[in-house]
Design a protein around this ligand. Structure first.
Ligand code: ZN
Length: 230
């Protein structure tokens, strides 16, 4: 396999089997070889190594990394950012689920650090993709969100980049820029970071958006698969 695979699918909350089969097919694996996580808006890391873990074992985590070319790992999102990372040298991969909580807790940085410590990745060899998620156009949040970023130790200069003022003085969070900045701080070259820059809520007719569709919203999957060693 010459390159890493990226795909997205439209997945219902009920994990419609037919949709998962399509997604798995796009990734070149069976559904039994999809490795997903029970996402809780944190930054715990799951590791999918070759020969480990069954299909129904979904650890509670918001970051998953793998060096196993026989599985596809991924995260499910509907407004949160799916951040996919691949190591062009070793072939290892990572996926992070970064909504506002995950972004405040630097899920993308955690993914890079986990790949470095677990698989010996050098951040300079990493290439990353930030998939469709809530854009700065629609990322309205309450003051408690800004405060949680501040309490998370983020600099005021970063808060000024990641939050803009919307109508009635409400803050608008820019998940695209925040996650891109964090990946760069973690050592991923800026030119290696690809931002879809597609807002899920603004494109709610074709993408799943919790803000647009509410509790009935489906989910999109951002998946990635390790490259087999040459
Ligand atoms: Zn929007």
């Amino acid at each position: 396999m010459a390159s890493h695979l990226f795909t997205t699918g439209n997945l219902r909350l009920t994990d419609d089997q037919g949709e998962w089969e399509k997604v798995a097919g796009r990734m070149g694996v069976s559904t039994a070889r999809l490795r997903l996580i029970r996402q809780v808006h944190g930054v715990a890391v799951a590791i999918a190594r070759g020969g480990e873990a069954g299909p129904d074992l979904r650890p509670e985590a918001d970051v998953i990394i793998s060096d196993d070319p026989d599985v596809a790992i991924g995260v499910r999102v509907a407004d949160c950012a799916p951040v996919l990372v691949a190591d062009r040298r070793t072939g290892a991969v990572g996926a992070a689920h970064a909504g506002w909580r995950g972004t405040a807790a630097q899920a993308a940085v955690v993914a890079v650090a986990a790949m470095t410590s677990t698989f010996g990745s050098n951040p300079r060899d990493l290439v990353a993709a930030i998939g469709p998620c809530l854009g700065p156009c629609c990322g309205e949040v309450g003051p408690e969100v800004v405060e949680s970023f501040r309490e998370g130790g983020h600099r005021e200069s970063d808060l000024a980049r990641w939050f803009t003022e919307g109508v009635f003085g409400r803050a608008l969070l820019d998940l695209w820029t925040a996650n891109q900045d964090q990946l760069e701080r973690a050592g991923v070259p800026g030119g290696h970071i690809h931002v879809a820059a597609i807002c899920t809520k603004s494109h709610a007719s074709s993408l799943h958006s919790y803000r647009a569709h509410g509790r009935e919203a489906g989910r999109m999957a951002g998946l990635i698969r390790a490259r087999r060693a040459p």
